[in-house]
Each structure stands twice: as structure tokens, then as C-alpha cells.
Design a protein around this ligand. Structure first.
Ligand SMILES: [Zn+2]
Length: 125
């Protein structure tokens, strides 16, 4: 399943970031998912629970922030958000545009972590 491999990749990236930050546990991961990323939020949430098992992220929450497609409209000379991904045209002046400026995002935006043991109590060399 596509979403399961995405979930594994999120877990691995978030786990590495948490380790670098010295976190003991990740309690939540917030990701940005663009309307054009082709990711199903429900499938991803389901896969996430599987992918986090036995990791620093076990039991954490996955928060998905959906972002719309953003097109650049040459007529309006600005970026506009598409209300509907079926129609690639400016919602203001109806000029067709394929100049996509946003909506393909699939990235970790924030981690919520719990601190590890106090530094003095760790046994690292
Ligand atoms: Zn326009």
C-alpha cells in the first residue's frame, strides 16, 4: 500500500529528528499534505499506527494539515487557491492556468516530543 510506505518514511524522518533533538518520545507529528500529493488521509492515518509500532513514535498522534492547490494566474498576476482540483483555472477571473505553485506538499511540519531522561542520567560515552 502506497500510504504504508509514506507512513514508514514519515516515522523514520520524525524518529531521526527526535533523536537528534534528544527527545525520549514523540507524542504528535504534524504533516502538510497538498491536494495534489495523491495521499489519502484516512489510509495514511491507518498506516501510521502500524508504522509507529515499536518506535519512538509509538502511540503518537498524526495530524494532517491539508493544503489546497495554488496556481499562479498570469492575468491577475498573483497566486490563487483552487477551490476544486478538477478545474485548473483562476477562481477570480477564470483564466486557465497550469502554473502550479503549491499543492504537492508532503512533508513534516512539526513534532511534539517529550523529553528524554535528564542528560545526567544517560549513559552515553
Ligand atoms: Zn486570475
Amino acid at each position: 500500500m502506497h500510504e504504508l510506505s509514506i507512513a514508514h518514511s514519515i516515522v523514520s524522518q520524525a524518529g531521526q529528528a527526535a533523536e537528534r533533538a534528544g527527545a525520549g518520545r514523540v507524542t504528535a507529528v504534524r504533516i502538510v499534505v497538498g491536494a495534489l500529493s495523491g495521499v489519502s488521509g484516512d489510509a495514511l492515518l491507518f498506516s501510521y499506527d502500524l508504522a509507529t509500532e515499536g518506535t519512538l513514535l509509538a502511540g503518537s498522534r498524526l495530524e494532517i494539515r491539508n493544503v489546497p492547490v495554488v496556481l499562479h494566474c498570469a492575468t491577475c498576476d498573483r497566486d490563487v487557491e483552487l477551490p476544486d482540483v478538477q478545474l485548473f483555472r483562476c477562481p477570480v477571473c477564470a483564466t486557465p492556468s497550469l502554473d502550479v505553485r503549491g499543492g504537492r506538499e508532503l512533508e513534516i511540519e512539526a513534532l511534539e516530543v517529550e523529553d528524554a531522561l535528564p542528560p545526567l542520567a544517560t549513559s552515553e560515552p
